[in-house]
Design a protein around this ligand. Structure first.
Ligand code: BES
Ligand code: MN
Ligand code: ZN
Length: 503
């Protein structure tokens, strides 16, 4: 969760604001600060220039220095945060700088923090977008998950108020709009992180469906939940097959924004929601198996994005499809060599019960056809090989549509959720040819990333589609900028920004 923090925009002069900590900034290599930072420097009789001259501050992105004005201005502390190279500065830099300042303010136990908008003046960024980035970076850096700790270790002292200060009155409306969007987006990312952090004994398919229902009610989305009888009726044999070994029954959540607006373009978001992936009969080794609680991070990202889309009231018809299923070994579990049939009557031979994500997605992708979508994007923690290929820097993108692919690549760059495009060459399909069914669910180690996408492609028909394998992006073992340790909420900001561009 994000601690309760008021975010307000205020027109005024930084040298006049009363606050526990005032955040200003510095680009790398600047010897004589200008703008708001320059005004503070002059009011402090050159204290910032002095830090630069002494070599204690050089403007490296995320670096911070604290100055005590001792009455020279009403602010009780000044935090100078580095912005890095001016030529390379972008919205991701804003988020990182804001995150560094917010964490420093928390460390200093500042209750009221005031900040300028990084990059909106000398940086040349759009004021609304830069403000959104400041709010996202600040709030997301302060995320924590204390739910199951009676006394959280070293309880952090969170700021209670964040004031965004701007001297130029004409920019205020843009800043207010940016702050509003930033708040909605940050809280939606936190909503997703919370779902992923939740332990799998609590976050069962039924529990997640209930959370989705409550969220839908709160923000005004239409919600439908399919359970065993409906899934059987519809013939969702892939979801039912994977679910066979678990006492926790599958729940397929369908959320809709602008459900009855036939005039609007229809976009479908699909998320893999395996609530715990043991591998099933093709059991995973026990080392690190606990991390497989995050195998529903794709679905959690879709839910978070749907939340933001509803609150921002985007003029689009958006459908979120999130099948929640647990993959367990059991006397009733599905097994290697089984043949399953999906919602569209297509078949797959099971080679590994640990290649379960592509199965539940393929039922959802088949189900997506009934909405006659203008585009379908799925997010899934699908393969270990995605992280082997790209590390923690980028998710793998596969698409049958160059325009859609390029849109997503551009948006990923903008929001700092990078993507790298991978091939869907037909030659890969030979690796998943089956002797008894249309395809098999594993083609072995070689090419395991592209063959997983080829498998999905077999079950997508008649719409532009993109598949994002986000396996290595949804969890970090150590905090990094505004990504706190554990769940990152990857994909929420990507989907929201992509759809804002389509609206
Ligand atoms: N959920 C895993 C993929 C995964 C691994 C995500 C590590 C995050 C971190 C997925 O269901 C899986 O088990 N994939 C197998 C597929 C193989 C059996 C064809 C894999 O990638 O090893
Ligand atoms: Mn698996
Ligand atoms: Zn999985």
């Amino acid at each position: 969760m994000i601690p309760k923090i008021d975010v307000v925009v205020q027109q005024g002069n930084v040298t006049a604001i009363e606050t526990d900590a005032l955040v200003v900034n510095l680009f790398k290599g600047v010897r004589k600060p200008g703008g708001a930072t320059g005004a503070v420097d002059r009011a402090l009789n050159g204290a910032i220039s002095e830090l630069i001259q002494q070599g204690d501050l050089d403007g490296t992105l995320g670096q911070t220095a604290v100055i005590y004005p001792r009455g020279a201005i009403p602010a009780r502390r000044v935090i100078v945060v580095g912005l890095g190279d001016a030529a390379r500065f972008d919205l991701e830099g804003v988020r990182k700088a804001a995150a560094a300042a917010a964490k420093k303010a928390r460390e200093l136990k500042a209750k009221h923090v005031a900040t300028i908008v990084h990059g909106a003046g000398i940086g040349g960024l759009d004021p609304a977008e830069a403000t959104q980035a400041v709010v996202e970076g600040s709030l997301l850096a302060l995320y924590w998950f204390p739910k199951y700790q009676q006394t959280p270790p070293d309880p952090p002292a969170f700021p209670e108020k964040l004031t965004i200060v701007e001297f130029d009155a004409s920019k205020i409306p843009a800043l207010e709009e940016g702050a509003r969007v930033g708040r909605v987006v940050a809280e939606s990312v936190a909503f997703t992180r919370d779902l992923v952090m939740e332990p799998p004994n609590i976050a069962t398919p039924a529990w997640l469906a209930q959370r989705a229902r409550e969220m839908a009610e709160e923000v005004g989305l239409q919600a439908t939940v399919l359970t065993d009888p409906e899934l059987e009726e519809l013939g969702m044999g892939f979801i039912l097959g994977v679910a066979q070994g678990s006492a926790n029954r599958p729940h397929f959540v369908i959320l809709e924004h602008n459900k009855d607006r036939e005039d609007l373009p229809t976009m479908v978001l699909v998320g893999k929601g395996i609530t715990f992936d043991t591998g099933g009969i093709s059991l995973k080794r026990s080392q690190d198996m606990w991390k497989m609680k995050h195998d529903m991070a794709g679905a959690a990202a879709v839910l978070g994005a749907m939340r933001a889309i509803a609150l921002l009231d985007l003029p689009l018809h958006v459908v979120g499809l999130t099948p929640f299923v647990e993959n367990m070994p059991d006397g009733r579990a599905y097994r290697p060599a089984d043949v399953l049939r999906n919602v569209r009557g297509k078949t797959a031979e099971i080679i590994s019960t640990d290649a379960e994500g592509r199965l539940i997605l393929s039922d959802a992708l088949g189900y997506a056809e009934r909405f006659h979508p203008d585009a379908v994007v799925d997010l899934a923690t699908l393969t270990g090989s995605q992280g082997i290929a790209l590390g923690h820097l980028a998710a793998a993108l596969f698409s049958n549509d160059d325009t859609l692919a390029q849109e997503l690549l551009n948006v990923g760059q903008k929001v700092g959720e990078w993507l790298w495009r991978m091939p869907l060459w037909d030659e890969y399909k030979e690796l998943i040819r089956s002797d008894v069914a249309e395809v098999k669910n594993s083609g072995g180690r070689k090419g395991s990333l592209p063959t997983s996408a080829k498998f999905l492609e077999h079950f997508t028909e008649g719409y532009p589609w993109a598949h994002l394998d986000i396996a290595s992006m949804v969890w970090v073992d150590a905090p990094k900028d505004y990504r706190t340790k554990g769940a990152t909420g990857y994909g929420v900001r990507l989907l929201v920004e992509w759809l804002r561009g389509r609206a």
